[in-house]
Design a protein around this ligand. Structure first.
Ligand code: NAP
Length: 222
């Protein structure tokens, strides 16, 4: 979910290269790099349209998927606030946009689409190391951090409600990666992060409950 560019596109590419059947989403109806990927992997990569801030697009996808089942649902979409500033300096509109996209949207997606995930499958969400309350000793990126910490807490509540189920739940910290969001100074390339991230998701398959881990499979403190 959220595969037009950056880490989401790289995930779709990796899974397509691995020969997996991928349903990947973009916002709206414009052409994106995901369309080039779908052209190169005809029949393997399918494109759907979802804006995770618009619940009607999520329920519409649910209806289009009908009774299809998947071994993995992964919500990648996320935004940061512009311009950056302390939380109190942020406009209500911008605060709401980041919180709704990063924290509310993913939970709406998994609540609506979880029935399409096999009982022993995986539900993953792209969190961030910045969502760790414990590791927040230097501050900065206040609204973004708050949105990912909120996402983590909402997933703790979701996991508590689904205790005893076989599904694997993953909050993923991909590392600081050179994308439009990560910027050119980020420590990791997409190639450093995504193949490892996919290996980590595969390794967690069949391990029920909620895991907050980074791309190398290391547990991140809450
Ligand atoms: N890069 C990093 O260093 C880093 C580190 C930690 C966590 N993350 C997380 O990793 C995820 C991907 O980040 P990225 O670096 O690849 O960012 P990016 O290059 O800015 O890409 C963001 C992706 O999210 C999609 N998106 C944004 N809002 C959406 C919405 N309302 N509905 C559906 N899709 C939406 C974008 O689609 P459009 O093309 O339509 O805008 C785009 O595909 C995010 O959740 C981010 O918080 C990134």
């Amino acid at each position: 979910m959220g595969a037009s560019r950056g880490l989401g596109l790289a995930l779709a590419e990796q899974w397509a290269r691995d020969g997996r059947q991928v349903v990947a989403t973009v916002r709206g109806s414009g052409r994106s790099r995901l369309h080039d990927l779908a052209d190169a992997h005809a029949g393997t990569v399918e494109i759907e349209s979802v804006d995770i801030t618009d619940p009607s697009t999520i329920t519409a996808l649910d209806a289009r998927l009908a009774d299809r089942k998947f071994d993995l649902l992964f919500v990648n979409a996320g935004v940061t606030n512009e311009p950056e500033g302390t939380v109190a300096e942020t406009s209500t509109e911008e605060f709401t946009r980041v919180m709704v996209t990063n924290a509310l949207g993913p939970l709406r997606v998994i609540e609506t689409l979880s029935e399409h995930v096999e009982p022993g499958g995986t539900i993953g969400i792209m969190s961030s190391g910045q969502g760790s309350v414990t590791n927040n000793v230097r501050g900065g990126h206040e609204v973004y951090r708050g949105s990912k910490a909120a996402l983590n807490t909402f997933m703790r509540s979701y996991a508590a409600r689904h205790e005893g189920e076989r599904r694997t739940l993953v909050l993923m910290a991909p590392g600081w990666v050179r994308t439009e969001m990560g910027g050119p100074d980020a420590r990791l390339s997409i190639e450093d992060s995504i193949p490892n991230l996919v290996k980590t998701l595969d390794a967690l398959r069949g391990a029920p409950g909620l895991h907050y881990v980074d791309y190398l499979g290391r547990t991140v403190p809450w």
